[in-house]
Design a protein around this ligand. Structure first.
Ligand code: NAP
Length: 283
């Protein structure tokens, strides 16, 4: 019988603990922890993400500073803002909501964010440290997945983990975290041959593809742990993951749902990373 890894419940528990830590920090240092959130343009999905991040800040006691830039903001204006935030002592984390409008060079802009305030864990320094198994700020979504696996005592040592998807923000850091936890890791992508066979070998299967219900029951080994990072809409417009949950669940020991799985953990890990950045800035 499969068990659900409830991301919503775990995220709620983590936020209660985090709120206490944030309060203790603020009392000790006589100031708030601050997160700057930068949004350019009026992409509806980005607006919802930013709203949810600001709400999460309120929940855990982090002070949010929101910057809503117009869709035609220049590269120079954006970079000037990021330079100011980089210097600002009230700000412990800077988050630029992606994707930015097409005329902007996001890579160039993101480079302005100091590694110590890179709460998304996207900088070359943070990614490099992760690859070397050193302490770093880790990308929120894969870090959240690791917390979910820990919460149900999934022992990764020597297990075969397969990550489908190789993006810089999910697939690659996910694979690295699993490797650092002593799993034997395979990364699959759109050019992978025999994807089904690769997935069938997985004790732990992480889907980060962006295609609705792509992972079907015949791709999953009996007893596998299945983590679904995907956030898609099915044919009727309902939110669904990359895994065909109803068909796959019966084969799993553990499975994450969509919604209520990895999603709520991502924002919680952003709060956690901001707290971590603040504590490190005081060392
Ligand atoms: P992405 O940058 O588009 O990467 C998707 C990856 O899937 C790519 O590596 C791609 O391979 C691979 N892929 C695509 N089609 C495939 C196929 N037919 N077979 C095997 N691999 C295939 O997406 P992402 O940013 O990593 O996000 C992935 C999903 O996670 C999306 O649904 C996104 O909305 C969701 N997401 C959720 C959260 C959350 O908090 N829950 C956070 C971030 C992302 P190639 O590299 O070869 O193109």
């Amino acid at each position: 019988m499969y068990k659900i890894i409830d991301g919503k419940e775990l995220a709620a528990k983590m936020r209660i603990d985090l709120k206490k830590d944030v309060e203790a920090f603020s009392q000790k240092h006589g100031r708030h922890i601050g997160l700057a959130v930068v949004l350019a343009g009026d992409n509806p999905a980005s607006q919802i993400y930013v709203k949810n991040k600001i709400k999460a800040c309120e929940e855990v006691g982090i002070k949010s500073f929101a910057y809503y830039l117009s869709g035609d903001v220049s590269q120079e204006e954006l970079e000037n803002l990021l330079r100011t935030l980089a210097e600002d002592k009230k700000i412990n984390g800077i988050l630029v909501q992606l994707p930015l409008p097409e005329h902007l060079d996001s890579e160039k802009a993101l480079k302005i964010i100091p590694d110590s305030k890179d709460v998304d864990g996207f900088s070359a320094d943070n990614i490099g440290k992760l690859c070397q198994g050193k302490d770093s700020i880790v990308a929120c979504t894969p870090n959240g997945v690791m917390k979910m696996l820990e919460s149900c005592n999934v022992d990764l040592r020597g297990k075969k983990a397969v990550v489908v998807g190789r993006s810089n923000i999910v697939g690659k850091p996910m694979a690295m975290l699993l490797l650092n936890a002593d799993a034997t890791v395979t990364i699959c992508h759109s050019k992978t041959r025999n994807l089904k066979e690769e997935c069938l070998g997985a004790d732990v299967l992480v889907a980060a593809i962006g295609r609705a219900k792509f992972i079907t029951a015949d791709m999953v080994k009996q007893g596998a742990v299945v983590v679904d990072v995907g956030m898609n809409r099915d044919e009727s417009g309902k939110l669904c993951g990359d895994v065909d949950f109803e068909a796959v669940k019966e084969k799993c020991s553990y499975i994450t749902p969509v919604p209520g799985g990895v999603g709520p953990m991502t924002i919680t890990m952003l709060m956690y990373n901001t707290y971590l950045s603040a504590t490190r800035s005081e060392i």
